[in-house]
Design a protein around this ligand. Structure first.
Ligand SMILES: Nc1ncnc2c1ncn2[C@@H]1O[C@H](COP(=O)(O)OP(=O)(O)OP(=O)(O)O)[C@@H](O)[C@H]1O
Ligand SMILES: [Mg+2]
Length: 370
């Protein structure tokens, strides 16, 4: 089999993006470290790479917030493999994008040109947050990897909305109960497809994540990830039966109480629920292990090595785990890591690592290949 395609960002050019008035950064092909004090602009740089990769801000920022204060538009450009990608974000109005100098019809055409897996503080919600955060994590990842998933997801959400509106109407006496079964079948089929895809994906991910968690904790801890149904339906038919059984309960509640929109993911470190038992550093280790596993899963499932973006990974981790993250991520492909300082973990940098100093919206390479 041919070598997997390794996504690469060779250079990044920013213009009026956040605290970068203008500047260029030439990345190394392997490990890249962005080092600088609080507020320097490290996360901004990672956000820019992620924007060019996915068109979304991992901070959930509005366009106007990303344009440098007092300016009308931000421009982001990068060289990704053979492609030159450009995204223009006005503080008001429509974004535009160009690939290799030609403006494209839709900004979403940038997606897939430079795949990435990103870790930011918000990702801690996969372990610490609510089931809805865990489902969002699965939905975003699966929508990127499988176009079919996005279609089921759209069908499911629309059936759910219509059924919920109907439940309220039945409760209010303006619709008969007999109108409900129409939506049950559509909901059951899309819910089953979504669940099957989530379970398959987590099966692929959990073994890899366990291996990485063991590596990061030097064998001290294991990681288990399990998809948990909110009900006991194994397929679409049994789900329809469950929906019938829950009918009165659903009408009283005014919404659908079972289905893929109620499921959750159990994440256990050495057998205990990570959300309630694990320390901050152990939780961070688990999420990082999941991110490293995502890179490997992309490689196996899609024959693509995405760029790994790791924001502020060192906080909460002890010296040993910091070193392990550096060492393990150094073997995966192109990685961009931010940290306030390297401390004593410099020795764990992989050969060919490039270190950049970020300060007041300016960035310069301090060492590494060029
Ligand atoms: N639209 C904007 N215009 C100008 N400056 C901005 C804009 N948005 C954010 N900033 C500035 O960017 C800086 C924050 O940058 P960033 O979050 O990248 O810091 P950081 O280096 O990641 O810091 P930390 O180590 O604390 O995470 C802040 O000083 C903020 O004021
Ligand atoms: Mg930051």
């Amino acid at each position: 089999m041919s070598e997997p395609f390794a996504a690469q960002i060779a250079s990044l050019n920013l213009h009026c993006f956040r605290n970068f008035v203008a500047g260029e950064l030439k990345f190394g092909a392997a490990q890249n470290l962005l080092i600088g004090p609080n507020g320097a602009g490290k996360t901004n740089l990672l956000e820019a790479v992620h924007l060019l990769s996915t068109t979304r801000s991992f901070r959930g920022a509005k366009d106007a917030e990303m344009v440098m204060s007092g300016h009308s538009a931000a421009k982001l450009q990068c060289e990704a493999g053979l492609d030159r990608l450009e995204l223009r974000i006005p503080s008001h109005g429509r974004r535009t994008a160009a690939i290799n100098g030609s403006e494209v019809g839709r900004v979403s055409e940038l997606m897939g040109r430079m795949p990435s897996v990103c870790f930011s503080t918000a990702d801690m919600d996969v372990v610490r947050g609510e089931p809805s955060d865990q489902r969002r994590f699965l939905d975003v990842e699966l929508s990127q990897q499988r176009p079919q998933y996005l279609r089921w997801f759209t069908v499911f959400n629309s059936a759910l909305r219509q059924r919920n509106a109907l439940l309220k109407a039945i409760r209010g006496g303006t619709e008969p109960r007999s109108s409900l079964p129409v939506w049950n079948r559509e909901l059951a089929e899309s819910s089953s497809c979504i669940r099957a895809a989530r379970i398959e994906y987590l099966n692929e991910l959990s073994e890899l994540a366990d291996r990485f968690h063991q590596e990061l904790s030097l064998g001290a801890e294991s990681l288990e990830i399990e998809y948990l149904y909110a009900d006991e339906s194994s397929d679409a038919d049994s789900f329809v039966m469950h929906l019938d059984r829950c009918e009165s309960q659903d009408i009283a509640a005014g919404f659908t109480t079972i289905g893929a929109h109620r499921d959750r993911v159990a994440i256990r470190i050495s057998g205990r629920e990570a959300k309630s038992f694990a320390s901050q550093g152990q939780q961070r280790t688990a999420v990082l292990a999941i991110k490293l596993a995502q890179v490997e899963q992309w490689k196996a499932a899609k024959r693509v090595v995405p760029i790994l973006l790791l924001d502020d990974i060192f906080s909460d981790l002890d010296q040993e785990r910091r070193k392990r993250v550096l060492a393990v991520s150094g073997g995966l492909g192109q990685v961009v890591i931010t940290a306030t300082d390297l401390g004593s973990v410099e020795s764990a940098l992989s050969g060919g690592a490039k270190v950049f100093r970020v300060q007041n919206g300016k960035v310069e390479a301090t060492c590494g290949e060029d």
